[in-house]
Design a protein around this ligand. Structure first.
Ligand code: ADP
Ligand code: 5GP
Length: 191
């Protein structure tokens, strides 16, 4: 009997508001049956409509720190004052079952994953300009003004890491074009 083929790990980053969630949803819509997407743990408060266990596992800082001590995370990082981490056993099990796994994480965590699992495929989503990014982030309407300012400052810093990724995709005015670029990368590594 042939051994189960392992899944491919995709790591996705890009500044807040660039369209990662939108692109990820399109990929899942088309390839949902073969992709699993990891649900991260975070100390951030849920946004209206977010569901515990689906969007994130919303946990306390104390619980998060305990899980770091237990080596429960594949990677973890601080972003805009909150902690975020990828549950390791969950991701490893899915890959072993042959599922392709998608991690949508920020740049520090992505660097940790690339270091420990260099076979992963990393993709950075870029905005066409800083102005467009600001417009999208404000348009989404999920953050307070103070949080928007903090995320825009972080975004500038994050953009300097784009070169560390295997691929870069600009999500400009044509969402479909960005999706086709992403789809092409996905298909290349999974067929
Ligand atoms: P992220 O997950 O990277 O924070 P989102 O996917 O939530 O970003 O997108 C931020 C906002 O920008 C959303 O309101 C989304 O509908 C919009 N958006 C995403 N891609 C595009 C695009 N190519 N053109 C215009 N608006 C977009
Ligand atoms: P948000 O608060 O907008 O949901 O996420 C903020 C940032 O944290 C985004 O860049 C998102 O990709 C990143 N993020 C979400 N989950 C994780 C995780 O498990 N690890 C890391 N390092 N970053 C994450």
């Amino acid at each position: 009997m042939q051994a189960q083929k392992k899944g491919v790990l995709f790591v996705f980053s890009g500044p807040s508001g660039v369209g990662k969630g939108t692109l990820k949803a399109k990929l899942i819509e088309e390839f949902g049956e073969e992709i699993a997407f990891s649900v991260s743990a975070t100390t951030r408060a849920p946004r209206p409509g977010e569901i515990d266990g689906k969007d994130y596992f919303f946990i306390t800082r104390q619980e998060f720190e305990q899980r770091i001590a237990n080596h429960d995370f594949l990677e973890h990082a601080q972003f805009a004052g909150n902690l975020y981490g990828t549950p390791k056993p969950y991701v490893v099990n899915l890959l072993d079952q042959g599922k392709n796994v998608l991690l949508e994480i920020e740049v520090q965590g992505a660097a940790q994953v690339k270091a420990s699992m260099p076979e992963c495929v990393s993709v950075f989503i870029l905005p066409p300009s800083e102005e467009v990014l600001e417009h999208r982030l404000r348009g989404r309407g999920t953050e307070t003004e103070e949080k928007i300012e903090a995320r825009l400052a972080t975004a500038k810093q994050e953009l300097t890491h784009a070169q560390e990724y295997d691929y870069r995709i600009v999500n400009g005015s044509d969402l479909e074009a960005a999706y086709q670029a992403l789809r092409g990368i996905y298909v290349k590594y999974t067929r």
